[in-house]
Write a protein of this length. Structure first.
Length: 275
């Protein structure tokens, strides 16, 4: 087995890894459920490479993500469900169907017309998908009603954003950002009450309400909550690393510095960033 740019060789490699007699014991014992976390992780690593503008890493991470697709397709093929070729055909069929203005109808020329057409086609696909699931006996727990098209499998912040966007399409939305700030203050008050009660389930419930309201304000000011939080995470990493390095230079241990000392270094890191 040698590296190759031919995707068929990648399929051969995956089949060899899954061979029951000569393959890799770890790969052989994997299932859709056990591989699922790795698939999600690889997608995030692709996003990380893009954010760092690291093209070498992006090439590698896209390869890792592609390997996840091949892995799932191989397992499905073993079950007689579908093959990698079926995956390729399915996405090509979908994209050709959703872009008739490119492949069939050049008269749909404006972005607004394209968007309207896209929504109509997706609605048709949704009905067909529901029929397929019904034939297989798959019971949907959240796939009904106006919000049924919003998948629960995505990160919670993204799901919240999409639920709000979907509700806004039928007018269930504030017309401006200011009332949402009032809602956030209301949710903070309810979280305070929950904290005083000491009931963990109530605290979790009110915390979720507060986060949902914060997502809403982000949507109204065109600040994607997922990206905003990722930016804050990066900022936290930078400032905490400043604390570590400062303590190292002074011969102090992080675990022994104490909150007051670390807070002072944190404020110093903020001042340096402003400069």
């Amino acid at each position: 087995m040698q590296p190759s740019k031919d995707v068929m060789r990648l399929l051969d490699l995956m089949a060899a890894l899954r061979d029951r007699q000569t393959g890799c014991p770890w790969d052989v014992e994997q299932t859709f459920e056990t591989i699922k976390p790795y698939t999600i992780e690889e997608a995030y690593e692709v996003a990380d490479a893009i954010e760092r503008n690291d093209m070498d890493d992006l090439k590698d991470e896209l390869g890792d993500l592609l390997f996840q697709v091949v892995f799932h397709a191989q397992m499905a093929s073993e079950l007689g469900e579908f093959s990698f070729g079926d995956v390729v055909a399915a996405v090509m069929t979908k994209m050709i169907r959703r872009h008739p203005h490119v492949f069939a109808r050049p008269d749909v020329a404006t972005p607004q017309a394209v968007k309207l057409q896209w929504d109509e086609i997706k609605a048709t696909e949704k009905r067909e998908r529901a029929e397929r699931r019904e034939r297989r006996g798959i019971v949907e727990t959240c796939g009904h009603g106006h919000l049924g098209s919003v998948a629960r499998s995505q990160p919670a912040l993204t799901e919240a954003l999409k639920l709000q966007q979907r509700a806004a399409k039928v007018g269930f939305d504030w017309s401006e950002a200011e009332p949402i700030l009032d809602k956030i203050e209301e949710e903070i008050g309810e979280l305070r009450e929950a904290l005083r009660s000491g009931k963990s389930d109530k605290i979790s419930d009110e915390l979720g309400d507060l986060i949902f309201a914060l997502v809403n304000i982000g949507r109204h000011v065109d600040a994607d909550p997922e990206q905003a939080l990722r930016g804050t995470n990066a900022k936290f990493r930078r400032r905490f690393r400043h604390i570590e390095k400062s303590l190292e230079q002074e011969g102090e241990k992080l675990a022994e510095a104490g909150l007051e000392r670390m807070e002072a270094l944190w404020q110093a890191a903020k001042a340096l960033e402003r400069q």
